[in-house]
Design a protein around this ligand. Sequence first.
Ligand code: ATP
Ligand code: MN
Length: 463
Amino acid sequence: MNRTRIADVLSKADIGARLTVMGWVRTRRDSKGGFSFIEINDGSALSGLQIVADQDLPNYRTEVLKLQTGCAIRAAGTLAQSPGKGQAVELHAGEIEVLGWADPDIYPLQKKRHSFEFLRTIAHLRPRTNTFGAVARVRNAAAMAIHRFFQDRGFIYLHTPVITGSDCEGAGDMFRVTAFDLDDVPKTEGRAALEKDFFGGPAGLTVSGQLEAEIYALAMGDVYTFGPTFRAENSNTSRHLAEFWMVEPEMAFCDLECNAAIAVEFLKYIFSYVLEHCTEDMRFFNRFIDNTVLSTLEGLADADFERLTYTEAVDLLSKAGEQFEFPVSWGVDLQSEHERYLCEKVFKKPVVVTDYPKSIKPFYMKLNADGNTVGAMDVLVPKVGEIIGGSQREDDYDTLLARMKETGLNPEDYWWYLELRKFGSVPHAGFGLGFERLIQFITGMANIRDVIPFPRTPGNVAF
Ligand code: ATP
Ligand code: MN
């Protein structure tokens, strides 16, 4: 089935060329002059192509006049300048073949605007809408930008396991993996006999590839992972998914400064790349979803991100005279409302917050000289809040061991992680970028369920 993608038809606009295109009908209008305009879209671009079908076509009356939204067709003909408004070119069809009908009485995607909530219930059809097509193309471009950024800088793309025996962030948020028949779990002394399970012990879906990435960073220098991540946190927010994609670079011979500098350069690179490669889609988001996304992303290309410590942030927030749902004081974790306040009200741009209290951060972050704070680094952006969480890692054996005991972890479970601090330990650092939060920020889409093709959230695993 030879075809030309509509994106290529539109960008080349090769008037007089003979072409075959295929796609799904968005609309059909019949003119009194005895011909019809059929707009088709094939997903390659936001814009569709207008097909002009003349009544002389052998199947004009039997088929063309019955085409409705959702039908799939093949059209072959000649590309011509379009005299009409709204498009530069149109295809004068010499032949139209119906590839697949769609009964208008039951096809759920009609020409009118549907709510995102409704579209989530028809995730098998929503990519045919303008918004979800545009999200898919922006996601694709952002993924490409991420690989480009790291590959151009010599980072090794590392594949870390999806099933893991270690829990990076501390217990609670992990999905368990088992091969047991849940109606007949082997027991020893009343408890599940995990030693008889598939892996011979507890296993779960990974919450982060960081610990494994550290292994490779301490051998190869600069590495990154980019894969699915799972968290069984029951937080029904517009920014949390149970399954999301995370990008985790890990860099040896790199401290907190170096980490923050790379994070900022990385984000700017992705923004410029998407602006350059998804111009039409970004204009669409700016027009219909959030009229600030274009100016925000363009502004960020040369603006600096604000930089402050957690202690300075808490100071600012407690003097803000603002009624927060969660009051701020030194030692409490920043909530999304605080993160957004800093970005949206105080600085009006992304903010890098560093040096959090050790009590609210995981065991592996580097203890600062003050003994109270760790070399953590979160990047916060307007509307979304935290988009990147990272840190310099503890590279001192004794300090790490003490932190593990302090936080109630069993050092035996992390023997290999500790050994990395025994043999050629070096300063190293890294961060995790939530890919869907990035796409939310870029597109302005309010709900994280609408920037991933098939969202997994509490109670939802359909499609
Ligand atoms: P939050 O406090 O917003 O839940 P976190 O502190 O749990 O985030 P990290 O453990 O630092 O986040 O994870 C790194 C990044 O992964 C975050 O900065 C965020 O962009 C993303 N992220 C974390 N949890 C989720 C989730 N449930 N769904 C989507 N993205 C997430
Ligand atoms: Mn979280």
